[in-house]
Design a protein around this ligand. Structure first.
Ligand code: NG6
Ligand code: CA
Length: 515
């Protein structure tokens, strides 16, 4: 054995052996389940039949709910979109980031390229990662030239593949970006975007009502694209503009092909559907399908998309090796700025179910949303009352993927997600448009907030009150009985806990002093 060549060869063979065994991150990764997060936009707690809707039938979403774990205390971290998405991807409370508010289409990327993210964590564990759908987390540095590659964006915070709309369906630019490049861009017709002022000679929703096929109710009166007035001004990019009615099919197609291309290795797909956010533009196949107008129709369209996605997983033989999580970024709203009959044709449907409030609200309907975990053959059907937030997904999925990364605010709730434990969170800070409240066990405390009690435009109770509010959700899920003056001891306990989490910045504000 003194021959140095033989020693080298043996060392090489031994090295190969070690690499092929459990130390090889690739082979370890290959046994990991795929992860799909299906994220709806403004779907309410009561919008699915599995959560009690009677006049909407959502069989595909229901399949996830009825054959998986259906959470009754599952929360988005905020009652609006960008903050919830920020928390979903970083595991951090959005109120820690002062910029985590509803973003214009020109906002810079909200997540630092050096921050820990869900896709980054999974990528390190051997996953191929993709986001398809609504982004709304800002792009670039705030001075984006839409005619060049837009960066940093999803690809710079951990996604191998991205196919997104930059902000929302009601905000410009109304184009898709694939890996940072506007799809279908014609260099002779460059895209210009401005949220401050219009481009000379361009029609607007405000001044050109004759060009509109959907009328605006509040806001949404800037540039007109496809006969729909939007938020923000845009010029150029004619060929690249999306067709609103095709958006659902487009996102589905991209998701399916990503799955098809990565069926043999672990993947993470963040499928962020645009429904039922405004403007509600169902494909003609779904027009009139709900009898509830466009809002109901796009929920049925989204349900169909979920069915198609599941069928793709099934066809690829992946259903038994894929954890599917389904949830929504915030609660429901009917009139969110367009005349689309959402209020008029609602009938007896209750988008928030038994909950009070809606999108933008600190009451429960703002953040408590449908939340399900489905994994054929691994997760047994169950209804779980455990308290869980989207903020916990990063840490819980890190447990699943074998990563040691943990975010600051998330908890490790893999067993809860898998239906093996009912020990969810004890405490959760709720957020709505930068206001915060506290849920602890079955109690909710909302500190005093000035400001309107109702947003008259959307007709939603915001949760504001000059006094403290305290609710016992066990006996009063609809938050009808404020127990703050009756149960001072519990109120004090909740305020103390709230301040211990939110820091002492509220301690010296008059509003938070107990009366
Ligand atoms: C609001 C818009 C609303 C919606 C929301 C964002 C107006 C008057 N209202 O400012 O229509 O776009 O922002 O929704 O412009 S979210 O789900 O993306 O948070
Ligand atoms: Ca939303």
């Amino acid at each position: 054995m003194s021959n140095p060549n033989i020693t080298l060869i043996l060392a090489g063979i031994f090295g190969l052996f070690v690499r092929c065994s459990s130390a090889d991150p690739r082979s370890a990764a290959e046994s990991k389940p795929n992860i799909v997060v299906i994220y709806l936009d403004d779907l309410g707690y009561g919008d699915m039949s599995a959560y009690g809707a009677k006049s909407l039938k959502t069989p595909h979403m229901d399949r996830l709910a009825n054959e998986g774990v259906r959470f009754t205390n599952g929360y988005a971290s905020s009652a609006t979109c960008s903050p919830s998405r920020y928390a979903l991807l970083t595991g951090r409370y959005p109120w820690r980031n002062a910029d985590a508010k509803i973003l214009p289409g020109t906002a810079p990327l909200l997540i630092g390229t050096d921050e820990l993210t869900l896709p980054k964590m999974l990528k390190e564990q051997g996953y191929t990662t993709a986001v398809v759908g609504k982004w709304h987390l800002g792009l670039g540095d705030g001075m984006v030239d839409w005619n060049q590659r837009v960066s940093p964006g999803p690809n710079e915070i951990g996604f191998d593949y991205s196919y997104i709309m930059a902000a929302t369906q009601d905000r410009v630019p109304t184009v898709y970006l694939e890996n940072g490049l506007v799809e279908g861009l014609d260099s002779t017709d460059p895209i210009l975007v401005d949220y401050g002022k219009n481009f000379e000679g361009e029609p607007t929703g405000k001044d050109n009502p004759e060009l509109l096929r959907i009328r605006w109710h509040h806001g949404h009166n800037n540039s007109i694209v496809n006969g729909i007035p939007r938020i923000g001004y845009m010029k150029g990019g004619e060929r690249a503009k999306w067709v609103d009615e095709d958006m659902a099919d487009r996102f589905l197609e991209k998701s399916k092909s990503f799955i098809g291309q990565h069926a043999d290795k672990p993947f993470f797909l963040y499928y962020a559907l645009q429904q039922p956010h405004v403007p509600r533009t169902p494909h003609p196949r779904f027009e009139g399908s709900s009898g509830m107008g466009p809002r109901g129709d796009v929920i049925l369209e989204a349900d169909w998309c979920v069915g198609e996605l599941l069928q793709t997983l099934e066809k690829e033989g992946l259903l038994e090796n894929t954890l599917v999580i389904f949830t929504s970024d915030n609660g429901p709203v009917l009139n969110d700025g367009y005349y689309d009959d959402a209020v008029e044709l609602l009938g007896s449907h209750k988008p928030a179910g038994p909950l009070r409030g809606g999108k933008y609200s600190l009451f429960e309907a703002g953040t408590r949303v449908p939340f399900m975990a489905y994994w054929k053959g691994t997760i047994a059907p169950k209804v779980s009352g455990a308290l869980i937030s989207q903020i916990d997904l990063l840490n819980s999925l890190a447990q699943l993927a074998g990563s040691e990364y943990r975010s600051e605010d998330g908890e490790e709730l893999l067993d809860v997600l898998m239906g093996k434990s009912d020990q969810g969170r004890e405490t959760l800070v709720l957020e709505a448009t930068t206001r915060t409240a506290l849920r602890h066990q079955n109690w909710v405390m909302i500190p005093p907030y000035k400001g309107p009690t109702i947003n008259q435009m959307v007709n939603i109770e915001l949760g504001n009150d000059g006094d403290f509010q305290l609710y016992d959700l066990d006996s009063d899920i609809g938050q009808q009985r404020n127990l703050a003056s009756e149960n001072k001891a519990k109120l004090q306990e909740m305020v103390t806990l709230f301040v211990s989490i939110r820091g002492d910045r509220y301690l010296d504000t008059e509003a938070l002093e107990l009366k």
